[in-house]
Design a protein around this ligand. Structure first.
Ligand SMILES: Cc1cc2nc3c(=O)[nH]c(=O)nc-3n(C[C@H](O)[C@H](O)[C@H](O)COP(=O)(O)OP(=O)(O)OC[C@H]3O[C@@H](n4cnc5c(N)ncnc54)[C@H](O)[C@@H]3O)c2cc1C
Length: 472
């Protein structure tokens, strides 16, 4: 186990015994190596986070299996000023579930009951893995509107508190859009924890808040009618022609679809299990479309001189290969494995995304590799907007200053950025709902013990001046 870091709060043996009384001996983990590994997520995507967060760890881990156990654990932690960081599948990329102040990690994957699937709405406990949720709702003729590419490991509350969108976002926008989150129940961090219910638009207070303002105990999501999704790989040697086809399909609202990804040829060599399907030097499109549209799309691609190396017919349940596991941040993962010394950025592009991308390539020649995901945008008042391109470029890492320069230049040419190199809520993204998140924290976590430090402007108990790491 690493040496204690500034601000580290230890869980003393007396408290460990009380925790064991709540959940049983075997579900309180104090072994240094296990606690260390249960204190980490996928923060290492960012060299900036990796340097700063590597030594950060909890003092102990508790696995809760019921809402009662959760409540008693929170109450005990509150009375003893012990910080609490909640852990789901730990696939977050921003160190979201890495404790900055030691204390307790609470693993909620034991809260894994799906409570009901009725009238296009699923009600579930927080720790259900997304894959299990998707399979359960499909068995009843429904499907999740959007899901992360990490669906095998991610929990539903981890997705709500740490994620943003993914497969399905081309139609439904982000997880926060179009009323997809119907209701959230969360538990407060107080001597007598209360359950707060947030409905509809109010759910944004807890959405993407990194578990800083309550512990989610139940989530209700609106669903979409299940479709049969074929997966199609389209490739071609000419970037412009491949981009044109991807853009046309992405923007055609008459084609029901779940995924449109566009990648430069360099990605192909990193997708080891798919290599034999991907012609060297070809740019790549992943499509997931309703199977009624497959034949026409394949014919159109071929007519435009593109190749269609594979069509993977719908299968229930989904089986390998699944293109979604080579999309979104999975594309980044495959590339990072194959290209050490690289990292990534997150850009929301304008309608002229291809020209903006060409400018980035010119300015940062040879060190920025293009991967787009097409998503449904949100209009200024939350209404459905046009389809837009997100760019998740893999970039060669030189220095923090260089990453800053890339973000600044992107801004100069009209590209908005989310910063994946910070674990602080205030610095990660532009989020109009931030003040309401902070307000909820005041009511639900008066001592600032929930994932302390992540909402960096909020006072924490005990105070920890100067102990927080700085990021980009
Ligand atoms: C390879 C890869 C691909 C990815 N692809 C996507 C993608 O397609 N779309 C996307 O949005 N993200 C993606 N991500 C990020 C991440 O996988 C998602 O955000 C995921 O849904 C997080 O779920 P989790 O259970 O792993 O959450 P965790 O990492 O365990 O937690 C995330 C945050 O939620 C908090 N939290 C968890 N449960 C609760 C609870 N019950 N109450 C309060 N707080 C809670 C944690 O404290 C933490 O702050 C990807 C990451 C990787 C590594």
């Amino acid at each position: 186990m690493s040496a204690p870091t500034p601000g580290f709060v230890e869980v003393d043996p007396q408290l460990v015994r009380k925790l064991q009384e709540i959940v049983g001996r075997e579900r309180v983990i104090t072994n240094g190596a296990d606690v260390d590994s249960m204190s980490k997520d996928c923060y290492w995507y960012s060299p900036v986070l990796k340097d700063r967060l590597e030594p950060r760890t909890a003092s102990a881990v508790v696995r809760v299996h019921s809402v009662q156990e959760l409540g008693s654990t929170l109450s005990l932690a509150y009375r003893n000023d012990v910080p609490v960081t909640v852990r789901g599948g730990a696939t977050g990329n921003y160190g979201q579930c890495i404790p900055l102040r030691g204390g307790l990690v609470i693993d909620i994957t034991g809260l894994d009951r799906i409570l009901s699937v009725e009238d296009g709405v699923v009600t579930t406990e927080p720790g259900v893995r997304v894959i299990n949720l998707e399979r359960a709702v499909r068995a009843k003729g429904w499907e999740l509107r959007c899901l992360p590419s990490t669906w095998v490991k991610s929990t539903v509350s981890g997705f709500v508190c740490g994620g943003s969108g993914g497969i399905g976002s081309i139609t439904w926008g982000g997880l926060r859009d179009q009323g997809t989150i119907k209701r959230i129940k969360l538990m407060t961090m107080e001597a007598e924890p209360r359950e707060i219910t947030l409905e509809e638009g109010d759910t944004l207070k807890a959405y993407h808040a990194y578990g800083t303002n309550g512990v989610i105990t139940e989530v209700q999501l609106r669903l979409a009618p299940a479709r049969r999704w074929d997966q199609i790989i389209v490739t071609g040697p000419d970037w412009a022609a491949v981009t044109d086809f991807a853009t046309r399909v992405a923007r055609d609202d008459s084609i029901p679809k779940r995924l449109v990804s566009l990648l430069e040829p360099i990605f192909g060599a990193s997708f080891k299990p798919l290599i034999r399907m991907l012609p060297a030097g070809h740019s790549i499109i992943w499509l997931e479309v309703d199977d009624a549209f497959t034949a026409a799309l394949v014919a159109e691609a071929r007519q435009k001189g593109l190749s269609v190396p594979n069509v993977i017919a719908h299968h229930e349940p989904k089986r390998q290969p699944m293109l979604m596991e080579y999309a979104w941040n999975h594309s980044t993962l495959w590339m990072l494995k194959n290209h050490p010394g690289h990292t990534y950025l997150q850009f929301a592009m304008g309608p002229n995304f291809a020209e903006q991308a060409a400018l980035l390539k010119e300015r940062f020649h040879g060190r920025i590799h293009l991967h787009f995901e097409f998503v449904r945008s949100r209009g200024p008042s939350g209404e459905i907007g046009p389809v837009m391109a997100l760019l998740l470029p893999v970039v060669r890492y030189i220095s923090e200053d260089d990453l800053r320069e890339m973000i600044a230049y992107a801004g100069e040419i009209g590209i908005a950025s989310n910063n994946p190199h910070t674990c602080y809520l205030e610095e990660a993204a532009r989020d109009a709902s931030f003040p309401s998140k902070a307000q909820l924290k005041q009511a639900a976590d008066p001592k600032g013990l929930l994932n302390p430090g992540k909402m960096r402007d909020f006072p924490v108990t005990p105070p920890m001046d100067g102990a927080l790491p700085r990021f980009l």
